[in-house]
Design a protein around this ligand. Structure first.
Ligand code: GLP
Length: 241
């Protein structure tokens, strides 16, 4: 696992460089997109490069990590809408090139299975962007998640609902209780993992990720087993290393 400690703006540029290198050499790449605040500067940088440098996404495809269950289709915090706003609508992805798990499906287990099949059908993810929760979750794989898990329904922990209440008018009662999330084994199938973490609040999770034992109690630690994982952290997030 490669760990890079640098200021936040530089981390975003490093992640964008990795995506640009991939897209320029392999325009039909499959990207893995993450939500949360951590990747936002990366999306800003990619949008800038699309406009100013002609970085093209027209032949690429993308899969999202996770989705809340039961948010109305137009809800601004529905991850499908967040990804549309933050990156998809700012570059030139083809229609339907960006997919996410369907948190409003009538049959959620079937939607999870279909999503796994879609990722496999696309040839797998070439580069997966990731953030990390303060409790060490990646996507919505909360502590205790099976290290062999695939896309499935999960119950959000109190900690994650508190952390994410900031996106729901600081009202935890508005934060959904369930989600669909790629599993840890799904994420590990991606060929390159790029995780971003900034701020003191992530220091313990980053400490466990890099130096802790591989354990379902800190789900991100499974990344230690990945042959090509890049961890991008600022000084504050690295303060316990
Ligand atoms: C959510 C997302 C994760 C993300 C995490 C951290 O729980 N499901 O994919 O990594 O938040 O978010 P942030 O980057 O805002 O700290």
């Amino acid at each position: 696992m490669e760990v890079v400690i640098a200021p936040g703006d530089q981390l975003a540029r490093i992640a964008a460089d990795a995506i640009e290198t991939l897209l320029r050499s392999q325009p039909d790449s499959v990207l893995g997109l993450a939500t949360g605040s951590s990747p936002l500067k990366v999306y800003d940088e990619l949008a800038r490069r699309h406009v100013e440098d002609g970085l093209g996404f027209g032949r690429a495809r993308a899969f999202m990590l996770d989705e809340y269950v039961g948010l109305a289709p137009g809800h601004p915090e529905r991850y499908r809408n967040v990804i549309e706003t933050e990156i998809a609508s700012r570059v030139d992805f083809a229609p339907d090139a960006v997919q996410g798990p369907d948190g409003n499906a009538g049959d959620l287990p079937a939607a999870c299975a279909a999503y796994e099949a879609a990722i496999v059908g696309a040839g797998g993810v070439d580069l997966q962007l990731l953030g990390i929760g303060t409790d060490g979750h990646i996507a919505f794989n909360e502590p205790g998640s099976s290290l062999a898990s695939r896309t499935r329904i999960k119950t959000l922990t109190q900690q994650t609902r508190e952390d994410n209440a900031r996106f729901f008018d600081d009202d935890i009662d508005r934060v959904p209780r369930h989600c669909l999330t790629q599993g840890l084994a799904t994420i590990m199938s991606a060929r390159h993992l790029v995780l971003l973490a900034t701020g003191k609040g992530k220091a313990e999770a980053v400490h466990q990720l890099v130096e802790g034992p591989v354990s379902a109690l800190w789900p991100a630690t499974i990344m230690q087993m990945h042959p090509h994982a890049t961890v991008l952290v600022d000084d504050a997030a690295a303060s316990r290393l």
